[in-house]
Design a protein around this ligand. Structure first.
Ligand SMILES: [Zn+2]
Ligand SMILES: [Zn+2]
Length: 285
């Protein structure tokens, strides 16, 4: 069996009411089935939900904000988290192969606030992501923030945040663990020590990382994470989930052949599913 554990019910450009409905979930399940995926984990992004406004609002207020980030986030924080979770719970109650997840930004200093929001809902798993360094969104545009920055410094700061996210106790899985390479910026210094720190932190925290095919659709050569990180994870026995980061139904399970080849290359025999925040290993077949 195969499970895709990272997807969004609506694309990023969508600005109106979000389709947190059984009909939309059914559409995703049909697409999953057509693409050979047996179970889907739905992980909409926390910035869709009004509960997360206090956690992330500092990104678009006060001095030092980025136009691209403000444009991105100013129309967010509108949906009630209850409605989203309710749709997922109903889908599960119908016996549909759906898991209830959420993709939650790691915001240093906001750990308690995030924990409080998450505590009242029946998640199967929570994805931890780093998309921001301070007020800067690293993955929005190569023209925003990147030109004036030192890439080595960016890598240091990015991996430092990811290490802290791993140790925060908030997350079951780290999403797209080297997203910092998205626009092709590569550090001058070898990133190996940063990778080692990350893999140590993930091992110590006892959480999983995802193997994501998201970049392949954008023409990137590599999966997330880089081959070297995958080798380290396999050596440490770190559990992995499989992920497309689909924002449209047709992208569910996209390029999973690449992901499965990578698992074989580094020696993974299992991936992991989740039930109520408990890992369930599943053979890769
Ligand atoms: Zn993400
Ligand atoms: Zn995502």
């Amino acid at each position: 069996m195969l499970a895709d554990y990272h997807m969004h019910l609506i694309h990023d450009g969508h600005e109106g009411k979000c389709p947190y409905t059984l009909e939309r979930i059914e559409e995703y399940l049909r697409a999953a089935e057509a693409n050979g995926i047996d179970e889907i984990g739905i992980t909409d992004h926390c910035d869709r939900f009004r509960e997360f406004r206090p956690v992330m609002e500092h990104l678009i207020t006060g001095p030092g904000t980025y136009e691209a980030v403000t444009k991105w986030l100013s129309k967010r924080f509108s949906e009630p988290l209850d409605e989203y979770v309710e749709a997922l719970v109903q889908a599960k109650q119908r016996g549909w192969p759906v898991k209830a997840g959420l993709e939650v930004d790691y915001m240093p200093g906001m750990e308690d606030a995030i924990r409080e929001i998450l505590a009242v809902y029946p998640w199967d798993y929570v994805l931890g992501s780093v998309h921001f360094i301070g007020k800067w969104g690293i993955d929005i545009s190569p023209d925003s923030g990147w030109p004036e920055r030192d890439v080595d410094q960016v890598y240091e700061e990015y991996f430092d945040l990811l290490v802290r996210a791993a140790g925060s106790g908030l997350y079951d899985v780290l999403a797209h663990p080297d997203l910092v390479k998205k626009f092709g910026h590569r550090p001058r210094r070898s990133p190996t020590p940063l990778y080692e720190k990350l893999v140590d932190a993930v091992a110590q925290a006892g959480i999983a990382i995802e193997l994501s095919t998201a970049g392949i659709r954008r023409g990137e050569k590599e999966l997330y994470p880089a081959p070297e990180v995958m080798e380290m994870c396999a050596a440490e026995g770190i559990p992995i989930t499989l992920a497309s980061d689909a924002h449209y139904p047709e992208h569910i399970g996209a390029d999973f052949n690449r992901a499965l080849d990578e698992c074989e290359r580094v020696g993974y025999t299992h991936f992991t599913r989740f039930e109520e925040r408990t890992r369930v290993p599943e053979p890769l077949s």
